[in-house]
Design a protein. Structure first.
Length: 227
């Protein structure tokens, strides 16, 4: 598509963490020193006064991990607490939103002919962090004889990875089509596992296949594993 595109770009603000990070809370009866270890490495140290406390200053992490909270009182007595966690950078913090909008003319003969354009078109997407474990998503596209809308979400399954799913419907040249996406991802220090599935019927249409009379792709499956 040749035209105008607007989007939020968090990469220009590396100090902003866009995804939920774990917090660790407790209560100190006496003045206490607290050491936080993330995956075996000491992350931070705090000197706390009596009362409840919450630790939110967590370093950048992603995937499955283990935190160990070691408290030491004035007499040198130590208590160690192990807390497993899972961080998903694909989620958004609660209340945080992300989006993109593009409008212009569809490219024709890409890689073959220059300055070849079709009808005007527009597309937009929006994501919203509903909770620490749920991010909602939506997407829409429009062009001559095409209207498309979809919605979905990502769900963190506790400490067991992230499940995603989406449903999209389209109306192109008078034909109604449907598409379903779902997938799963799990990451840890030793390996990463991901699978993504897409199923659509031949009447489904979007901007990517606007020039085709019949949908050339019915289903796709992508699996990834790395160690």
């Amino acid at each position: 598509m040749g035209g105008l595109s607007l989007s939020r770009d968090f990469s220009i603000r590396p100090d902003i963490i866009t995804f939920p990070l774990p917090t660790f809370a407790g209560k100190a009866a006496v003045p206490t020193a607290v050491d936080l270890f993330i995956n075996g490495y000491r992350s931070s140290n705090y000197q706390l006064q009596p009362g409840p406390f919450t630790i939110t200053d967590i370093p950048y992490i992603n995937g499955s991990g283990e935190a160990v909270l070691v408290t030491t009182d004035a007499l040198g007595r130590q208590v160690s607490t192990t807390l497993p966690f899972y961080v998903a950078s694909s989620l958004l913090k609660p209340g945080l939103s992300d989006g993109a909008f593009s409008t212009g003319a569809l490219r024709r003969d890409y890689g073959i002919k220059n300055f070849s354009y079709g009808p005007l078109a527009a597309s937009g997407s929006y994501r919203y962090g509903a909770t620490d474990w749920l991010t909602l998503e939506s997407h829409a596209e429009a062009a001559s004889s095409l209207a498309l809308g979809g919605f979905g979400g990502l769900v963190k399954l506790g400490n067991f990875g992230v499940l995603n799913g989406a449903y999209t419907f389209s109306q192109m040249r008078g034909q109604r089509g449907d598409q379903i996406n779902w997938g799963y991802q799990y990451s840890q220090s030793r390996f990463n596992l991901a699978t993504q599935h897409t199923i659509r019927d031949r009447k489904f249409g979007n901007l990517a296949i606007w020039h085709f009379t019949i949908n050339p792709i019915i289903s796709t499956i992508t699996n990834r594993f790395s160690a």
